[in-house]
Design a protein. Structure first.
Length: 359
């Protein structure tokens, strides 16, 4: 049996949902226009991005603030707009928050990283600290996710912009890459910095990163990305590694269904830990570290856009030993574990909602 067929069988026979595992979505906020990302603040509030270019605060009483003023101009078209948001681990000391967004650049656009200081319900000292190069005339594959690594640097997943997929293998640019930056948007001295690599590049061969999270025990960076017509992946992303796209993929060309590259394994390229064929379009992801969900501690949870579900992966180290699908009936854009131990999800739509998942 070919490896692709094996993955297809595994995906098709995901474990059913038992009554004990059923989740009860509790609506925390509604009326969000294509919400994209959620990040909790130490004081119990949360930040929510809307792809249409609005950053809002979810207050402790459950109400949403008006859009925060002072963001750079956001280019909203297709899959691009205001994207991820992350709170600095030292927020209580420095008040910094970071976000990614699509920025106009020449006749095209690009994915950029900005930061600002949150004071009450105001953003101050806002500035863009990193801009993906080159800009591309595209409405697709802007990425992106932001994760603070344990050393205080930021890993930012950047899409290949769809029309430039071969650039994901060119280390001199930022298309289809993870970059690693300090809080000023500069490349740390201990980045891979191989011959021909842009100094910011951490890893290459990514298509369209849509989820990322830090493993709570190992501190490893885990990420999910979309494949074309199959080939969605989960990877552990390490510095200096090549994750294959588009030379190594289980996806297929749109329309024709023809192969794009090898399915692997292939020397010099990392094999994914998990592949979905057909696609579920994985989105935000989080590790379960609380005891709110008996038997789930240590699981990796992912949202699914096309699959309109939550996916729970049971892990043995880096090995995925089981998959469970929990139908939600809506496209899930982001998923985070809150300070209270509950899982929170954002639904994708013009009238999107924030849910707390209880059992």
């Amino acid at each position: 049996m070919k490896r692709l067929a094996l993955f297809a069988v595994v995906a098709a026979f995901a474990a059913p949902v038992s009554a004990a595992d059923a989740l009860r979505p509790v609506v925390v906020a509604r009326g969000l226009d294509h919400p994209w990302a959620l990040a909790f603040l130490p004081d119990g509030r949360a930040l929510v991005t809307e792809k249409v270019g609005r950053l809002r605060l979810l207050r402790g009483d459950g109400t949403l603030s008006p859009p925060l003023a002072g963001l750079p101009a956001v280019d909203v078209r297709g899959q691009c707009g205001l994207l991820d948001v992350a709170v600095d681990p030292e927020f209580e000391r420095n008040g910094l928050v970071f976000w990614t967004y699509a920025a106009l650049q020449g006749e095209g656009n690009t994915t950029a990283l900005a930061r600002g200081r949150l004071v009450g319900e105001r953003l101050t000292e806002v500035r863009t600290i990193f801009v993906q190069q080159p800009g591309v005339s595209s409405r697709a594959h802007c990425g992106s996710r932001i994760v603070f690594l344990r050393d205080g640097t930021l890993a930012v997943g950047l899409g290949d912009r769809f029309s430039r997929r071969d650039d994901a293998q060119l280390p001199g640019n930022h298309l289809g890459k993870f970059v690693r930056l300090d809080r000023e948007g500069r490349a740390p001295a201990d980045n891979p910095r191989r011959a021909g690599w842009a100094p910011e590049v951490w890893s290459l061969g990514h298509r369209n990163v849509q989820g990322a999270a830090l493993h709570p025990a190992s501190g490893e960076l885990w990420a999910s990305e979309h494949g074309p017509q199959g080939g969605d992946e989960v990877n552990v992303v390490e510095g200096g590694r090549n994750y294959g796209w588009p030379l190594l993929t289980y996806g297929r060309n749109y329309g024709t269904g023809t192969r794009i590259g090898d399915e692997g394994p292939r020397p010099g390229f990392e094999q994914p830990l998990k592949v979905w064929v057909p696609s579920i379009a994985p989105s935000g992801m989080a590790f379960v570290t609380s005891d709110r969900y008996p038997g789930w501690r240590g699981s990796l949870m992912l949202g699914a856009l096309r699959g309109e579900a939550l996916v729970r992966l049971t892990l043995d180290g880096r090995r995925v030993v089981d998959e469970q699908r929990l139908p939600m009936g809506q496209r899930i854009r982001d998923l985070r574990q809150g300070p209270d131990g509950w899982l929170y999800v954002l639904t994708d739509g013009r009238d999107g909602e924030l849910w707390r998942l209880e059992r």
